[in-house]
Design a protein around this ligand. Structure first.
Ligand code: COA
Length: 163
C-alpha cells in the first residue's frame, strides 16, 4: 500500500492545501495530513487543537485521508510509516529553494525519506495561510480562500480577539 504524508502548519488550512490533498489522495492509497510546528512561526493564530479540527472538517469527504498532529521532527515522525513519501506543494520558484534545503535536512536525519513535489494549481499560487489571516483580520470575504466549512471558525477566532 502506498502512503504519503502531507505536513504543514495549516494556520489555517486553505483551498490551496485542499487542492494538494485532493490530488495527492488520487495518487496514493493513503494520505496522512499532519499538522506540525514550524519553529520559524512563533505566534500561530490557532491552537494545535483548532488547526486539527479545521483540517479534519475540511477533509471529511476523502475516504483515504486521515489527519494527525506531531510536535516533533518530520524526519523522525515519518519513520512510523515505512516507505511513505512526503508531499509538499510548490507555488513558485522561491518555494523550491526553501523546500530543497528542507529535503536535504530531512534526508540527513532519515536517508530513506523521499519528498515529492506537486505544483500548485494556478489559481492558488498567490495563496498562503498568512494572506487568509490578514484578510480575516479586516473582516474580508473568505469564500474562495478557505474551505467553506471553516469560515465560521475563523470568524469566531477573530471575534474572540485572535490575530
Ligand atoms: N496552497 C496554498 N498555500 C500553500 C501551499 C499551497 N499549495 N503550499 C504552501 N502554502 C503556504 C502555507 O500556508 C504557508 O503559509 P504561511 O507561511 O503564510 O503560513 C507557506 O505556504 C509555507 O508553507 P510550508 O513551506 O509548507 O510551511 P508550513 O509552515 O506550512 O509547514 C512544516 C512547514 C511544518 C512542514 C515544517 O516546518 C516541519 O517539517 N516542521 C516539523 C519540524 C521539522 O522537522 N523541521 C524541519 C527540520 S529543521
Amino acid at each position: 500500500m502506498s502512503t504519503a504524508i502531507y505536513p504543514g502548519s495549516f494556520d489555517p488550512i486553505t483551498l490551496g492545501h485542499l487542492n494538494i490533498i485532493e490530488r495527492a489522495a488520487k495518487i496514493f492509497d493513503e494520505l496522512v495530513v499532519t499538522v506540525m510546528f514550524n519553529a520559524a512561526k512563533k505566534t500561530p493564530m490557532f491552537t494545535l487543537e483548532e488547526k486539527l479540527e479545521m483540517v479534519k472538517k475540511s477533509v471529511a469527504g476523502f475516504e483515504n485521508v486521515r489527519v494527525e498532529s506531531s510536535d516533533g521532527l518530520l524526519a523522525e515522525y515519518a519513520k512510523q510509516f515505512p516507505g511513505a513519501v512526503i508531499i509538499k506543494g510548490l507555488r513558485a520558484a522561491s518555494d523550491f529553494e526553501y523546500e530543497f534545503i528542507m529535503d536535504q535536512v530531512n534526508k540527513n536525519m532519515n536517508p530513506e525519506l523521499e519528498t515529492m513535489f506537486l505544483t500548485a494549481d494556478h489559481e492558488y499560487t498567490f495563496l498562503s495561510s498568512s494572506i487568509v489571516r490578514e484578510l480575516a483580520s479586516y473582516g474580508a470575504e473568505l469564500k474562495g480562500y478557505v474551505p467553506d466549512v471553516i469560515i465560521e471558525d475563523i470568524r469566531a477566532k477573530i471575534a474572540e480577539g485572535g490575530k
